[in-house]
Design a protein around this ligand. Structure first.
Ligand code: COA
Length: 253
C-alpha cells in the first residue's frame, strides 16, 4: 500500500501531500498521526522555510474519515487530530495550501491556519458540521468569525452551504485563484518565493500575524469536548450509517 501522506523536503520546502485519492483524501487517525509528524519534522529542520499542503486526485480533502468517526468516536487530549492541529498552530514556518475539488470539513478548517491558500477555480468548500450533527472544529469557531465576520460565519456554519472558490476568495478564505492544471505549480512558486525570504523574520512575522496561541488552544479543547460528545450520539451514528450504506448520498442531502 502506498503512503497516504507523502512528505518530501527539498530546496527549503516541505511538501505534505494527502495521498488517498480513492477516498477523496478523507483523513484517518493514522493520517493525522503522519501529518503531525510531518509538521514536527518541518518545524525542527532548519533548512525548511515553507510547508506546502496539497492533495492527490479529485479533491484536496473530503474531511475526516467517516468510518473512523463511527469506529473511534472518542477524542481524548492525546488524539492524533489534536496533535496535528496543535502543530498547525505552533508551526513557525509559513503554511501554503493548494486546494481543489470538493473540500469538506477539516479540509476547509485547516485552511484557517494557513498563510497562503491557492484554490483551483472549480474548488468547492463546505463545512456541513451541523447537518452531520457535529460542531465546528480546528478552532474554526473562533477563527472564522474573526476572518469573515460573525454573521457570515454563522451563515456558513449553521447552513453548511458549499462555497465556490471565487466566493471563498471574496470572503478572504482563499488568497489566489488559479486554473486547476496550474495549481501545484503556482503553489510551488509561492513556496519558492518564501524560501527567498530570511527565515528569522519570516517566522517572527507569522507568529505576530497569528497572535497569542493560548485562546486558540483553549477553544480547540472545548470544541473537541462537544464534538466528541456529538460523535457518540445516536442521531449522529444513524446519519453516518445511512451515508455509508447508500455509498454516495451525503447525510445533509
Ligand atoms: N470518509 C470516508 N470515505 C469517504 C469520505 C469520508 N469523509 N468522503 C468520500 N469518501 C469515499 C466514498 O465513500 C467513496 O468510497 P467508495 O468508492 O468506496 O464508495 C469514495 O470516497 C469517493 O466518494 P464519492 O462520494 O463517490 O466522490 P464524489 O467526488 O462524488 O464526492 C464528496 C466527493 C467529498 C463531495 C463526497 O464523497 C462526500 O460528501 N463525502 C463526505 C464528506 C464529509 O461529510 N466529510 C466529513 C466532514 S466533517
Amino acid at each position: 500500500m502506498s503512503e497516504q501522506v507523502v512528505v518530501t523536503r527539498e530546496a527549503g520546502v516541505c511538501e505534505v501531500r494527502l495521498n488517498r485519492p480513492d477516498k477523496r483524501n478523507a483523513i484517518t487517525v493514522a493520517m493525522y498521526q503522519a501529518l503531525g509528524e510531518a509538521l514536527q519534522g518541518a518545524q525542527t529542520d532548519g533548512t525548511v522555510r515553507a510547508v506546502l499542503l496539497s492533495g492527490e486526485g479529485a479533491s484536496f480533502c473530503a474531511g475526516n474519515d467517516l468510518h473512523d468517526f463511527l469506529n473511534a468516536p472518542a477524542i481524548g487530549a492525546d488524539h492524533p487530530v489534536l496533535t496535528f492541529l496543535s502543530r498547525l498552530v505552533s508551526c513557525e514556518k509559513p503554511l501554503i495550501a493548494a486546494v481543489h475539488g470538493q473540500t469538506v470539513g477539516i479540509g476547509v478548517t485547516m485552511l484557517l491556519h494557513c498563510d497562503l491558500v491557492l484554490a483551483a477555480r472549480g474548488a468547492q468548500l463546505s463545512m456541513p458540521f451541523v447537518a452531520l450533527r457535529l460542531v465546528p472544529e480546528a478552532r474554526s469557531s473562533l477563527l472564522l468569525p474573526r476572518l469573515i465576520g460573525q454573521q457570515r460565519a454563522a451563515q456558513l456554519l449553521l447552513l453548511g452551504r458549499p462555497l465556490d472558490a471565487a466566493a471563498a476568495q471574496t470572503l478572504g478564505l482563499v488568497t489566489e485563484l488559479v486554473e486547476e492544471n496550474e495549481l501545484l505549480q503556482s503553489a510551488r512558486e509561492r513556496a519558492r518565493e518564501l524560501t527567498q525570504q530570511p527565515l528569522g523574520a519570516l517566522s517572527a512575522t507569522r507568529r505576530l500575524l497569528r497572535g497569542d496561541p493560548a485562546p486558540l488552544q483553549a477553544r480547540i479543547l472545548e470544541e473537541a469536548r462537544i464534538f466528541s460528545a456529538q460523535l457518540q450520539s445516536e442521531e449522529f451514528r444513524a446519519g453516518i450509517r445511512a451515508f455509508l450504506a447508500r455509498g454516495r448520498q451525503h447525510p445533509s442531502a
